[in-house]
Design a protein around this ligand. Structure first.
Ligand code: HEC
Length: 172
């Protein structure tokens, strides 16, 4: 069981190994383009842009809020070992490329995204309540995709159970 989980390779890892040169090129291009946009807007210098990119997890909770009713939705799936194990696989396959292995918002694609991926280990994320997180995962918010079609409700709660157990500073 544990062995299987450890040997599970994320899809993006295989992709990025086979396209390493492309990824490095894209990352450079992202940095240049972001710097250009900021300079054109006159809002930030290239230097502060680079500092932002080096620390995507330093991003404060943005302006994306779930509607008030969302937080009243209760998690129907107990935080069992099997739910957490299933959520781990879902996270590795669907979320890790952006949010990073440890949920800190520092996955391999993070420096290309605006806004950067949320740091899922921040207490402010978990203060919203799991219902609000479920709503966000279901609906997405560009550049984060919506998972309402590609993951079942049970899969979305399983990934929340995995993240709660491993990322919520008050959850473990
Ligand atoms: C393409 C990159 C990408 C992928 C893939 C992705 N996310 Fe995100 N995620 C983001 C970005 C960017 C944000 C911040 C969006 C914003 O603030 O407007 C975000 C925000 C979130 C938030 C909200 C945090 C908060 O501040 O309230 C949660 C929860 C979340 N993601 C969970 C997930 C889960 C679970 C998965 C996988 C099922 C996933 N994400 C996949 C990029 C991604």
């Amino acid at each position: 069981m544990m062995k299987e989980m450890e040997s599970h390779r994320p899809r993006w890892a295989v992709l990025s190994i086979s396209a390493l040169a492309g990824v490095v090129g894209a990352a450079l291009a992202c940095g240049l383009m972001a710097g250009y946009t900021h300079a054109a807007n006159g809002q930030a210098t290239a230097a502060s842009n680079m500092a932002l990119q080096a620390q995507p997890s330093a991003q404060l909770l943005g302006s994306w809020t779930a509607p008030p009713f969302a937080k009243f939705k209760k998690n129907p799936i107990p935080e069992s070992a099997s739910s957490i194990a299933s959520g781990h696989t879902i996270f590795t396959d669907n979320c890790e490329a952006c949010h990073g292995t440890n949920g800190k918002g520092d996955g391999p694609t993070a420096s290309c995204l605006n806004p950067p991926p949320a740091n899922l280990t921040a207490a402010a994320v978990w203060k919203q309540g799991e219902g609000a997180l479920f709503w966000k995962i279901t609906n997405g918010h560009s550049p984060m995709p919506a998972f309402g079609q590609s993951l079942t409700k049970t899969q979305r709660w399983n990934v929340i159970n995995y993240m709660h157990k491993n990322f919520d500073p008050a959850g473990h």
